[in-house]
Design a protein around this ligand. Sequence first.
Ligand SMILES: [Zn+2]
Length: 107
Amino acid sequence: MFFLILFDIIGNNMAVPKRRKTSSRRDQRRMHLFLKSPALTFCPKCKKPARPHTVCLNCGYYNGKEIIDVLGKLTKKERKKREKEMKATEKREKTEKPLTMEELSKK
Ligand SMILES: [Zn+2]
């Protein structure tokens, strides 16, 4: 009796697949296992790609209001660099006018 119980514990009583799954079957199963790229829109303030309905992590703005003080979290050196970038983008916006259809066709 004891040996029977021992055999039960040691013996392989697990469910075992009857047939090997082909690579085709395996790959068909894994067809849906992949990472989807996140939906991205462009931040209306800094024009960088940002997730929709989310505070922009680049400038800290959402719905026209500053939510996160982005510059406050940076070191002095990083802050200077970021401020320069922001000014540059603002300048570009002012100087760049939306292209007319003629200009676009030339491009
Ligand atoms: Zn932004």
